[in-house]
Design a protein around this ligand. Sequence first.
Ligand code: HEC
Ligand code: HEC
Length: 369
Amino acid sequence: MKTYIIAAVLLGLLISCNDDVAVSGGSSNSGMSLTDLPYNPERYEVVTPASYPELENPADNPLTVDGVELGRHLFYDPLLSVDSTMACASCHLASGGFTDNVAVSTGVGGLTTQRSSMSLVDVGFHLNGLFWDGRVQSLEEQALLPIEDEIELHHSWPEVVEDLQNHAEYPARFRAAFGIENTDEITRELAAKAIAQFERSIVSSGQSLYDRIRAGQAIAPSEEVLMGLRIFFDDDPNLPDGQCFHCHVDPLFTDNLYRNNGLDSVPDFSGFKDLGLGGFTGEQVENGRFRTPTLRNIEFTAPYMHDGRFETLEEVMDHYVSGGKPSINKDPLLDSIQLNEEQKAAVIAFLMTLSDTTALNDPRYAKPE
Ligand code: HEC
Ligand code: HEC
């Protein structure tokens, strides 16, 4: 029996790329030994742009080739949702800079999320809390949540784990990734670790026009891009300051801090519709603050802000130039952004240089064949 199932697992690997195939005959893989299957962990090297800080890796979840590959399969697998219709990738599409291009996302049951989906490129560098409000501290912890979130995938982990244990391919993949010896050792924690490994592997390529200019590789940028760059970085005494770089800090284009950029007119701390960071920490002064998002791939991630309120970058620029709406903890940097039409357009032209189609089209991040 044991040999038969292992053969079926191997056969499944050989003949099938279909994630829905289960071990035939309705048999259960419960307690099945996996020690005959290969486990040769090989370090996965993440190559980041030269200007980047080092990618931190938790000691208890180092990236391996098979771990990242398992995570990729899970990330794209609708097996994680209650009715097998949605995967992580349904709301984090490579083509949308790993967002889904809607203001709020619709999950399996037709309910909508409270906030806008977030880009996952360089997510391994966001070390000051995840989500718009910072309520989760690690990718491993985060990956556990969407599966049982009633708005998102609305499944149950015990059932997902059972499906993974009885799957034609996954037992061998968990073995290869984590060296487990028995299907019973497949757990939600290992699944989350693999997803986190895959997410950490999704990094900027260094091939955006901006990165190439910065590395001295690209042809000279246009006058307009150069003007936008100087406004963005407050780099030219003859041009007005955009103030952008204080919060959208190079090279990640975020400071990973939580700020109120003046989206709503609010009389006091309790007036915010979405409390943001304060809703998580319980500190009133932190109400209405959200994590500064990266601007990399901003061309592809519309609509903008935590609630997707702006359809276009022109609307975003109009917002900043207006100084933002008054509220008690609005960031003072917003009070001094004065740009004319030409200058606003130049900043947008500069933002376009942050597009990284090399990363977004990278087959290593795409749905497995
Ligand atoms: C129904 C749509 C939906 C699905 C399915 C979904 N997400 Fe998300 N994701 C979101 C939304 C919306 C946010 C922002 C939520 C917030 O801030 O409250 C988010 C945020 C995140 C973040 C935080 C990024 C950051 O920079 O802080 C990560 C990581 C993430 N999702 C990974 C995943 C993974 C892994 C899965 C599958 C296990 C998944 N998501 C499934 C919609 C979705
Ligand atoms: C005081 C800090 C700060 C400054 C200055 C600032 N931003 Fe932002 N930016 C933020 C924060 C915080 C958010 C997210 C706000 C939210 O959704 O609640 C944001 C969001 C954005 C977004 C939407 C991103 C997304 O994924 O939805 C864009 C685009 C943007 N900023 C561009 C700029 C530009 C261009 C400038 C300069 C003209 C600028 N920002 C100046 C903090 C700042």
